[in-house]
Structures are given as structure tokens and as C-alpha cells.
Design a protein around this ligand. Sequence first.
Ligand code: UD1
Length: 332
Amino acid sequence: MGEKPAILVTGGAGYIGSHAALALLDAGWPVVVLDNLVTGFRWAVPDGAVFVEGDIADSSLVGGLIDAHEIAAIMHFAGSVVVPESVENPLKYYDNNTARSRTLVATAIAHQVRHFIFSSTAAVYGIPDTIPASESMPTDPINPYGRSKLMTEWMLRDTAAAHPMNYCALRYFNVAGADPAGRSGQSTAGATHLIKVAVEAALGKRDGVAIFGTDYDTPDGTGVRDYIHVSDLAAAHIDALEKLIAKPNDSHILNCGYGRGFSVLEVLDSVDRMAGSQISRTMEPRRAGDPDALTADNRLILGTLPWRPEHDDLDGIVRDALAWEKSLGEKA
Ligand code: UD1
């Protein structure tokens, strides 16, 4: 096999993008990271990647990069990801996740990029009628974050039908954990995600964890989610890339999850177990817009890609998140 072509990774200084950049480099793909460093960190860009500081909507910069590095595919992670913020400031989300993505896709088409992989989200399902949620179910997001991502899925679908480009939209469930080798992890301050919040509490960076709702229609009354290890998610992107190249006429929308769920209490028990201490817990009312349970029907990704989960283990996810959280103090 000949030399692999270069891949442009937008948001490669962020949490999931940096793990995908690591996975690409580990698999021998040259990587160009484009990140505006608004929420990303320069040090999170893996050694071995070319780093360019800039915005996805800067067409002349992006077009120049595509040409100079002969970019074969774009993995597009850059965007805004905080659901409550999207409710407060919807236009920021329609700008960062929708309008700027449109500009990026247009630049990709103008510069003959043939393959596009997009970070989508389980938030496109809103509150599903049945779980596990499958890709064939109707999408009905309940917040601007989910809508801003769904609109980009639609743009990609229409663009791929009209131009010589195929795409894969990966709908992430609850991404957690960190690179098992300790090279990257979730680093953004002020996180709201359960596992991040809980490991911060376990390490004394917070007083404790508030449990948002104990009267859900779930076995123990707390919310159930499908937590996927970020390294498994990164691996799915590599397999998606190879699939897009092998079958240039086919595009895909695929759930990324393990197909099982853990409750808030199960997650907190795991953190206590792995940290060897007890996090203090308080019971709070439900958080607006939270579904009882959300898990992935992952049969489509298992049938489409060679991808198989390698870190489907809650304690392992928590262990890696804890190890990363410990090492973070030494970095920022
Ligand atoms: C949400 C989105 C997801 C998105 C992610 C990005 C939905 C359905 N999901 O995930 O698509 O990618 O945000 O930000 O919109 N919890 C607590 N205490 C806490 C934090 C969380 O009890 O301090 C509970 C929540 O109520 C929920 C579970 O833990 O039951 C997971 O919450 P979180 O980690 O915030 O993720 P989602 O809201 O599921």
C-alpha cells in the first residue's frame, strides 16, 4: 500500500478531536489540525500533527491548507457543545455549528475534498419514544445544540447528493474517559458532564456531585445514559474514513454508543470504587430537557464498519478519566 494522504482535523486541539488526531497518527495518517483555540489547547495537539491556528470559516486559509497538504478528507470536530449555553445563546450555536460548517463544506467542495466526517450527536433524537434509539427513528432535537448539528447533517446529505463527496455523520452518545496512554483527555474547565464532574469531585476539585433527578422512569430513578470511551469513538472515525474511501458513492449516519446504559448512581458508585473514596452526593430536582434514558441501537455501525468496542467497561472509562484528571493539574 502506498503513502496515506493527509487528513484535516478541525477542532483537533479539543477533547474528541485530539483523540481522533492521535488515532490517525497511530494508524499512519498524516494529520493537519486546524483549531482556533477558543476552547482547545495548543498542548492537546499531538506531536507529529501539523498545527494551524485559525477558523473553519476562513475559506482562504482552509482552501490553502487543503491544496498545500493535498487533504483527502476532513474530520470536522470544531464546534460548541454545551447544551444549556445553546439555550441561552442559540445564535452562537447556529453560527459555530451550522453557518461555519456550511462555509467549511463549501470550501471542501471548491477544493475537491472527497470525504467528510462530521461530529454529530445523540441530541438529534431529543426525547426518543423508544430506546435504544436507532438511526431510522425520526429526529426531533429539543435544544438549539441538537438542531444546530442536525442542520449540518442535512447540509451534508444534500451536498453529497449534488457533488462528488461522501460523508459519514457519527451521532455520539455520552463520550467519556481519556486516552489510556495518558496523552489526552477532557480538559475544559467548568465542565457539566457527569463523569468529568464526578472525577473532579473525587479529586477534591469540587465539593461533591448533584444528582439531577431521582424520580425518573429507570430502575433506580436516576437518568440512564450510554457512556462511550473516547478512544473507541476515535477508532470509529478511522474506520469511517476507510469506509468512505473504499466506497466513494456511499454516505452513512451512524450511532456511536455501546447499546447499554448506566444510571447516575451506577456512575457515581464506579467513581467511588476507582478513586477509593466516597464522593458527597446531593439530590436535586430534574434538569430541564433531560430524558429518562438514552441508549444507542448500535447495530448499524456494527454492520457497516469493522469497528468493535474495546473499552466497553464503565470502571475502565472512569479509571482513565481519573488518571487524566490527576495529570491535568501539571499541564494547564
Ligand atoms: C448532553 C446531550 C449530548 C451532548 C452533551 C454535550 C442530550 C440528550 N444529550 O448529554 O447529546 O453531546 O450533552 O454537552 O441532550 N447529571 C447529574 N449531575 C451532574 C451532571 C449530570 O445528575 O452534575 C446527570 C444528567 O441528569 C444525566 C446524566 O447525568 O442523567 C448525564 O448528563 P451529562 O453528562 O450532562 O450528559 P447529557 O445531558 O446526557
